[in-house]
Design a protein around this ligand. Structure first.
Ligand SMILES: [Zn+2]
Ligand SMILES: [Zn+2]
Length: 345
């Protein structure tokens, strides 16, 4: 293992720099992972351009990654040097007020010691992540596919807050990776019909490839009218918002039928607000829910799905680039020209 490694560090919005630092050595209970692949995510772009309410500057980027164990700290069980591993960037503490209520995704210590830094040569995993959120990659599963455990864990957590199965029309607002995972999960769980609504040709094409029953190009078609047409004028039974902008939250609510469920999944810019029609909320008895992050049980379930090869993840990787090209990759994600970029140190 080399003494020095490269790491992309973000010191302020827009200030992304490739630095060379000393390669860390794992202490007791820790694992050092040599990154084989890290996937871009909309959260990286938010963090890069405006910061993130949960992640203060300076920070290192990259939270969807997989690699090989490069060094093992004392006392770690279940991993040896050379093993392929996928890890999630956070793990709950297990004893705060939220963890004790089994709301581990809301753990107050979630972002204190993290395993961020997938856009580096190596990542050091803290002990609590090694214990709860590091998984061996089985043979037959590529690192690229394994790296989807993180977004899929988030999606499964969100999915567990709503009804997707049965004779329901489920509309997904957004055409990014989250919506493309959600639509596949909804089909796996037996949703009657899935409708994906977006504006970006390449991503809409991917939605067709991964099996959305109906794809609406909102640049050319009025989405509300299309959803009503598909539902005998009622609106969608369940709507999942996967954009993360107040306008989209507003739009998602408008797409739901009376008594419908709306999962507001995309995190918006801090300080933004959405104005609600009280009549719709009350007289139409809308069911609005948030969905954030993942729990150990949603992480485990996502890992099992990945091991089973239950989802089509290959089409979500639009291109592959070396570590040095991260800024260009993030720019492509920002412009929504790609679904995900695989960054390979
Ligand atoms: Zn992500
Ligand atoms: Zn906790």
């Amino acid at each position: 293992m080399p003494d020095r490694m490269r790491v992309w560090r973000l010191t302020a919005p827009g200030e992304l720099r490739l630095e060379e630092v000393e390669t860390p050595r794992p202490r007791d209970g820790e694992l050092l992972v040599r990154v084989e692949v890290a996937l871009t995510c909309g959260t990286d772009v938010k963090l890069w351009l405006r910061g993130h309410p949960k992640i203060p500057f300076p920070t290192i980027l990259g939270h969807e990654y997989a690699g090989r164990v490069a060094a093992v700290g004392r006392g770690v069980r279940g991993f040896s040097e050379g093993d392929r591993v996928v890890a999630l960037p956070t793990a709950p503490c297990g004893d705060c007020a939220y963890c004790l209520r089994r709301l581990e995704n809301l753990c107050v210590h979630l972002f204190q010691a993290t395993g961020f830094g997938g856009y580096s040569d190596y990542v050091l995993l803290p002990r609590h992540i090694v214990n709860r959120h590091a998984f061996p990659i089985p043979s037959g599963v590529s690192e690229e596919v394994a790296a989807f455990v993180e977004p899929l864990a988030c999606v499964w957590h969100g999915a567990s807050r709503i009804d997707l199965a049965g004779d329901r029309t489920v509309a997904f607002l957004g055409d990014g990776p989250i919506a493309l995972l959600f639509v596949q999960l909804a089909r796996l769980l037996g949703a009657g019909r899935t409708v994906l609504i977006g504006r970006h040709p390449r991503r809409l094409e991917t939605a067709r490839i991964v099996g959305a029953d109906c794809v609406v190009d909102a640049t050319h078609e009025p989405m509300e009218a299309r959803v009503r047409e598909l539902t005998d004028g009622l609106g969608a039974d369940t709507v999942v918002e996967c954009v993360g902008m107040p306008e989209a939250w507003h739009q998602a609510i408008a797409l739901a039928r009376r008594g419908g469920q709306i999962l507001l999944f995309g995190g918006c810019e801090p300080g933004t607000e959405v104005c609600l029609d009280t009549a719709r909320l009350h007289y139409d008895e809308l069911d609005l829910r948030g969905g954030f992050h993942y729990t150990p049980s949603s992480a485990r379930r996502a890992y099992e799905w990945i091991c089973d090869g239950a989802l089509r993840l290959g089409p979500l990787i639009s291109e592959r680039v070396p570590l040095i090209e991260l800024p260009r990759a993030l720019e492509r994600v920002r412009r929504r020209e790609v679904v995900k970029v695989a960054v390979r140190p």
